[in-house]
Design a protein around this ligand. Structure first.
Ligand code: SF4
Length: 466
């Protein structure tokens, strides 16, 4: 037999060391496709071209409660609508939901839907805020040398270029600034402003230690193409800036922009390519929280980004009933990997006003990390972090100095940021054992519990040194 004929014969696979996985184990590759949005009566006559047009998505995004409730009318019960109205009355965030996002919610079961939970509050589910909550819990404003520029870590700064987003999320850490005022919160304004931006660039220029700049907001999706270029070129022209990240939730809530806003994607690609020529890294950081947020439309958008050689990393917020099970988080991690997004961080939910029902315990985060690790390659496995309230910055969740599961108080140090300081994270009270809940019911106990955590953390550190 000739070599050419041999090459066409089927080759038997080598003997299996382990059985092939069941198709159900590959469910992370099954993405929602087709014209799923037509299930919503308001979008029943919207064709594919229209639905994929980012301008149509932006124009039809719902920005007030009445419109939202009118779109849902007929889909949900009167009771649900009244409950949502009460929820928005007490919310720190204004309303903004894209038609794409609205179409992904299971309106047969809106009460438990993990996507609805993140964007539409229900008055009946809200819990009292934790007594230790503070509106700017990360103290971003304390570390701002210029309004909208947080310089906390030695080599990194966070530039809040503007204060609008393609959607408004209930859990937003920056509810002190993002979106318009609500009945609950008067916002710290961070509008696009040439003078503020120039001051920001001047500050970064004056600080040679700054190598890493996050461009966020608000959301980089809301920057016009020429603004993406302006910021990118200003920062790339500073010698000591080596790394830049454009932060956007847009990929998770309006992937259509990447498919149809060529000017925006070309501007971003231009900055990435210019950075590459200067040997500097420019990437996207995004924010998926649930595997159902990734559809065939998302994959098409991320394929386009991949073709342009742009790295995308993801930061997830751990939320109760949204993504707090090993099965859901593993599915999210594997699906992110499948669409070429690196699952970088899982954040313990910050102490944010009006969303105590979404927070969960540190113990849940620690257990999740154990459950996920090993399900895929290490570089695609997220690190669980606590952004230490009070300005301690991100700490590996496992690195606590002390954690009392009864009071829910954990203590962290941040030697590279503020040596000698202790920072405390607090589990939601309703998830604590009865003894812990009883102590939080008595305000006199609050400082005692923190002091106990402080003493235990200091004793632990002394023990380590001895
Ligand atoms: S997109 Fe980001 S910044 Fe905007 S509301 Fe959501 S979490 Fe906050």
């Amino acid at each position: 037999m000739t070599d050419a004929k041999l090459a066409t014969l089927p080759v038997a696979p080598p003997p299996a060391l382990k059985p092939a996985v069941e198709p159900s184990a590959l469910a992370h590759r099954e993405l929602l496709g087709g014209e799923f949005w037509r299930r919503i009566p308001a979008y029943a006559n919207v064709g594919t071209d229209e639905f994929l047009d980012h301008k149509w998505q932006a124009k039809h995004s719902i920005t007030n409660i009445q419109k939202l409730l009118a779109t849902l009318s007929g889909l949900v019960s009167e009771g649900f609508i009244t409950d949502a109205q009460r929820g928005f009355e007490r919310a720190p965030m204004s309303v903004r939901v894209s038609p794409y996002l609205l179409s992904l919610i299971d309106w047969q079961n809106p009460n438990e839907d993990p996507l609805r939970l993140q964007f539409i509050p229900l008055g009946s589910r809200l819990l009292p805020d934790h007594p230790r909550l503070d509106l700017d819990s990360l103290h971003e404003r304390v570390d701002m040398p210029v309004p909208g520029l947080t310089h906390r870590y030695v080599d990194k700064a966070l530039f809040l270029a503007l204060d609008t987003c393609p959607v408004y999320c209930r859990f937003c850490t920056r509810s002190y600034a993002v979106g318009i005022d609500t009945e609950e919160v008067e916002k710290f304004q961070l509008k696009v402003n040439a003078e503020r931006w120039e001051k920001t660039f001047a500050y970064i220029r004056s600080r040679p230690e700054l190598e890493d700049i996050v461009i966020s907001g608000g959301d980089a999706y809301q920057l016009r193409a020429e603004q993406i270029t302006q910021i990118g070129e200003a920062l790339l022209s500073i010698d000591h800036v080596r790394r830049m990240r454009y932060a956007t939730k847009g990929l998770a809530v309006m992937p259509q922009k990447v498919l149809t806003d060529d000017a925006w994607l070309d501007a971003l690609t231009g900055v990435v390519e210019k950075g590459r020529k200067l040997h500097k890294e420019v990437v996207i950081h995004t924010h998926f929280n649930h595997p159902r947020e990734i559809t065939e439309i998302t994959k098409a958008a991320l394929d386009r980004i991949c073709e342009r050689g742009i790295t995308v990393r993801n930061q997830t917020v751990l939320q109760r009933r949204v993504n707090d099970s090993v099965a859901t988080m593993t599915m999210l991690v594997r699906r992110l990997g499948y669409v070429n997004v690196h699952p970088y961080y899982i954040y313990m939910h910050d102490l944010v006003k009006g969303v105590e029902d979404l927070r969960t315990t540190l113990e849940t985060g620690l257990d999740l990390e154990k459950g996920i690790r090993g399900s895929t390659a290490g570089f695609n496995t997220p690190t669980v972090v606590v952004d230490a309230p009070g300005g301690g910055g991100k700490r590996d969740a496992h690195s606590y100095e002390h954690y009392d599961r009864t009071t829910g108080v954990s203590a962290y140090t941040a030697p590279a940021v503020h040596p000698g300081e202790l920072y405390y994270y607090f589990d939601p009270i309703d998830l604590l054992p009865a003894a812990g809940q009883a102590r939080w019911a008595d305000p006199a106990e609050h400082p005692r519990m923190v002091e106990e955590a402080r003493q235990a953390a200091l004793a632990g550190r002394r023990g380590l040194r001895e």
